[in-house]
Design a protein around this ligand. Structure first.
Ligand SMILES: [Fe+2]
Length: 283
């Protein structure tokens, strides 16, 4: 016979409560990209998998997921009662990423928000190099790459890791989290800061999409304007100073950064050359 009091919840009852919670949260936040609420719930649930008092697990999961929903889109994730059944469509991942970056950066860090908008714009242009799934991942990662600077997310003080950890707990697909974690030479900086172990939780895909994200970041000024890679490097050295780990890490990752930028530029040139060839042939 099944226990009936709250004190005696068994695993099946906990499972039912969490499923009901997930359905309720998904209804309340019906603009979330597909699967996001489910992954948030799963992440929180794993965190409390070994809780000693089992009956508290659904409450702890709910509290954790609501805190994340609040920090990410808040009320913007809901259609609202007036629009029930006929409200705005759910966000795509890049749209969700834009809303989250705006919420976390625009108030506290307006210059960082200006830079982020510029990087995302660049990613939208460069994204034409890729198939639609890769393009969505690139643009989402561009919006999210610097959210680890947001005061509410600072844990280690190293923004690629803080951002990626928060995104993982927010149900964001692993690939986007990993791109954020490894953006623009993060590994060498993590090494200097003693955070390589934290970073190693995320795989570095080392492909053309990852190169493109580095390119977008390294050819966008702190104010969001397009700049050359050389100008961006000079600005970075001047603004941060020689003792800053990001500048010190350039001795290790400078050539890797330059190579990622060069490979993306070559891809862009290749596409432009083919397009020019087609227009000459009258296609
Ligand atoms: Fe950036």
């Amino acid at each position: 016979m099944r226990p009936t009091s709250v004190d005696d919840l068994d695993d099946t009852q906990i499972e039912e409560r969490i499923q009901q919670l997930e359905q309720r949260l998904a209804r309340e936040h019906d603009r979330m990209p597909s699967g996001l609420v489910h992954r948030m719930v799963e992440y929180a649930r794993a965190r409390f998998a070994h809780a000693r008092i089992r009956r508290f697990v659904p409450i702890l999961v709910e509290r954790t997921v609501r805190a994340h929903l609040d920090l990410t889109t808040g009320a913007a994730g809901r259609s609202g009662p007036a629009a029930a059944g006929n409200g705005p469509r759910p966000y795509s991942m890049p749209e969700w990423a834009r809303v989250v970056a705006h919420r976390l950066l625009s108030g506290d860090l307006p210059r960082r928000w200006a830079h982020t908008q510029g990087v995302a714009r660049r990613a939208g242009e460069v994204g034409t190099l890729f198939v639609s799934t890769d393009r969505e991942v690139l643009v989402a990662a561009a919006w999210l790459h610097d959210i680890g600077y947001a005061p509410a997310l600072v844990r280690t003080g190293f923004h690629p890791v803080d951002g990626a950890r928060f995104l993982g707990a927010s149900g964001v697909p692993d690939r986007v989290c990993a791109l954020v974690a490894h953006h623009t030479g993060a590994a060498a900086v993590a090494d200097l800061l003693g955070l390589s172990g934290e970073l190693a939780r995320f795989p570095d895909e080392r492909g053309a999409v990852r190169d493109a994200l580095w390119f977008c970041d390294m050819t966008t000024s702190p104010d969001g304007e397009p700049v050359s890679y050389a100008d961006r490097l000079a600005e970075l050295r001047a603004r941060r100073g020689p003792a800053d780990p990001v500048v010190r890490a350039l001795a290790v990752n400078g050539s890797e950064r330059a190579a990622a930028v060069r490979r993306t530029e070559q891809l862009l040139e290749h596409v432009e050359t083919r397009a020019a060839g087609r227009s000459r042939c009258g296609y």
